[in-house]
Structures are given as C-alpha cells and as structure tokens.
Design a protein around this ligand. Sequence first.
Ligand code: DX5
Ligand code: ZN
Length: 232
Amino acid sequence: MPVEADYHIQIAPSLLAADFSRLGGQVREADEAGADLIHVDIMDGQFVPNISFGEVVVDAVRQSTNLPLNIHLMVREPDYLLPGLVKSPTDQVLVHAEACNHLHRTLSVIKEGGHQAGVALNPATPVAAVEEVLPLVDIVLVMTVNPGFGGQSFIPAALNKVKRLRRLIDENGYTVQIEVDGGVKADETAQDSVRAGSSILVAGTAIFNRRQSVAEAMREMRESVRGLGPDF
Ligand code: DX5
Ligand code: ZN
C-alpha cells in the first residue's frame, strides 16, 4: 500500500540514556534537534528491578522544553504517582497492563484528567490484555525489550505483536497509535517497527551516545524511516 505523504512518525528520545549531570542541556538538544516527544522512564524498583527518578526530576525536565512528555510508568499500581507527575495538559501517560489491577479505572482517571492515555505491554504479554481498553486509549506501547534498562537488544518477535495490534485497531476504527520502546536504532529495528504499524519510536542509546551528537543521531533516525509507513 503506498504511504500517504503526510504519514508522520514521531521520535521520542528516552532520557534514561542522557547524561544526567547535564540533563537540562540534553533535553534542549533533543528539542532543538526536532524530537516530537520526550520519553520519561519512571521505575519503582518493584515492577522492574531498577529505580530511575520521580516528580522532582520530571519538573526539572519541564523547565527545559515545551514538548509533550511521554511518561512511561514502570510502576506497580501507579495511581498514587499521577497527581504529582502529570501536570501539563500535553502530558501523555503510559501505564503497564501487567502493573494495574484495575487497568480500566486507572486509564479512565488519566483520561478524565484531560491527558492522553497509553497502555504498555511487556514482551510476554499478549495483545488480548489490552483488547477491552482499546476504545479508551490513545497509545499502545509495545515493549521491544524487557523493561528496566536501556541499551538492550530489540526482540524481533515483538514486531508480530505490533502487526496484530495494528490490524485490530484499524479493523475496529479506533484512533490509537502504536509506540515501540527498547533497542530501537536507525536501522531495520526502526524501519521494521514502522512497517509493522508503529508511529512512535522511543530511542535512548541511539540518540544519547558518545559516538555522535544528539542532532546527528536524530537526523540519522529520521532519515532511516523517511517515506516509510505501515506495509500491509
Ligand atoms: C527500558 C525503557 C526504555 C529505554 C530504552 O525499560 O523503557 O525507554 O530507555 O532504551 P534503549 O533505546 O537504549 O533500548
Ligand atoms: Zn520507556
């Protein structure tokens, strides 16, 4: 199927890979390099075996950009964090299906607050885990690594899940974007993700690394998916 000229792929640099000793500068670099969203990973040391940062650091990020924050909550029962973390009308809030006992309620609270809501799926979690909440969400985040750490390798089997989700979403006429997160580089991992039907690419170490500037990395990523769209 020919790709529509205006098919827009959003690139969301993940701050987990940024240099935290100069976080504000790194956020500005990503913003100036044309990032569409800033991906913010919140980890509680319970749902995932790692702790990242919380409200205070997210507030500092807000001082350096007006881009929407794509807030990825790798947190067990995250409802208690929402009031402190989610502050701007443009915030997008993503919770894990595996982490919420009452997923529908948590997503409803996010939507009632006027925010975009997303649901994230671990590599072992099937599409069926989100089927019933698709009418409620704006984004499904398909994890392409097991969450908790940056710099891991992309799990190719996740692409099938992206394709199945894309079909399910399109067949039902929902307006839901598919986001991929983990091991996405400016190569076939990004390209195959877009061809499978995702339109938001999260990239940590591919954007913040010692090899190149943030601007160069963003250009490379954008270039690698130029002209691509869902391939079915
Ligand atoms: C992993 C995080 C990712 C991570 C991606 O649990 O959710 O957002 O920062 O990092 P890379 O792109 O390096 O795999
Ligand atoms: Zn993430």
